[in-house]
Design a protein around this ligand. Structure first.
Ligand SMILES: Nc1ncnc2c1ncn2[C@@H]1O[C@H](COP(=O)(O)OP(=O)(O)OP(=O)(O)O)[C@@H](O)[C@H]1O
Ligand SMILES: CC(C)(CO)[C@@H](O)C(=O)NCCC(=O)O
Length: 231
């Protein structure tokens, strides 16, 4: 039996951790500069990365790479986070009508990845994420600043600059989902750092939406356990 395994996904902005023990998983997140959390044995840590590696040393032999993930039509250059999210969705989402799975990972980048019910990757779209959009508006203009509070205005047209920025960015993220998601053909699964925050705005859209904030980490666990079983 496999027990007490720790997992790390190095994201673009943050570190995402999972502690797996006795069929139960706990998830938490830390900043890149933070030191290794307590009770994590780096020699045993299973990890994957899409971002700049942290300062502590990760063992090469414990890395999960995109090419290790058994899905058809998955290019090696796809981010391992996208591959793991696909694997988790395929293995955990009930799909009796054999719909396509549309995964929206609201992270530093909003990655949209679609796969069919046989696990064949169909492709996707990549969009700057919530904070990335806000920061770039500040960086490339004289007068726009990242808002201090993230309260989403209910009105469509806003007078205050901060509110207009927030509404525009939220609409760009929910709008791209609206363009891609056909509830008759797809199951939409949302994950990533902003998925819970955006869930309210997405709920007004028709169709069943499943929020699984830690989908990528679930994929790491599923992959690791299946490899162990085969060994
Ligand atoms: N405590 C937090 N610190 C930083 N970002 C947070 C926090 N909580 C939620 N977020 C949101 O998470 C988003 C980034 O998502 P996430 O942390 O999943 O990114 P990442 O995994 O580093 O990025 P990617 O998945 O694109 O590699 C930001 O847009 C931010 O609004
Ligand atoms: C798209 C991101 C940044 C999302 O985290 C990551 O999956 C990545 O760096 N991907 C590589 C390119 C690709 O997936 O096509």
């Amino acid at each position: 039996m496999v027990s007490d395994i720790n997992f790390l996904l190095v994201g673009n902005s943050r570190l995402h951790w999972a502690k797996y023990s006795k069929n139960q998983s706990k998830f938490f997140h830390t900043k890149k500069e933070q030191k290794v959390p307590e009770n994590i044995d780096l020699d045993q840590l299973i990890w994957a990365s899409v971002g700049k590696l942290p300062i502590f040393l990760l063992k090469e032999e414990n890395e999960i790479k995109t090419k290790d993930i058994q899905l058809s039509n998955l290019p090696d250059y796809f981010g391992v986070d996208r591959a793991l999210a696909c694997l988790a969705a395929l293995n955990t989402i009930e799909n009796p009508l054999k719909k396509d799975l549309l995964i929206a990972d609201f992270g530093t980048i909003l990655s949209i990845t679609k796969l069919n019910s046989n696990g064949s990757v169909l492709g996707g779209q990549l969009i700057p994420g919530f904070l990335t959009q806000l920061k770039s508006m500040e960086q490339y203009t004289q007068k726009l600043k990242v808002p201090k509070k993230f309260e989403i205005p209910s009105k469509d047209y806003l007078i205050k600059t901060e509110e207009a920025i927030l509404k525009g960015v939220i609409n760009s993220l929910t709008g791209v989902i609206k363009c891609s998601f056909n509830p008759l053909k797809d199951i939409l699964i949302t994950c990533g750092g902003d998925s819970e925050f955006l869930a309210k705005s997405l709920k007004t859209q028709k169709g069943n939406i499943i929020n699984a904030p830690n989908l990528v980490m679930e994929g790491m666990i599923i992959h690791h356990l299946s490899v162990k079983k085969l060994a």
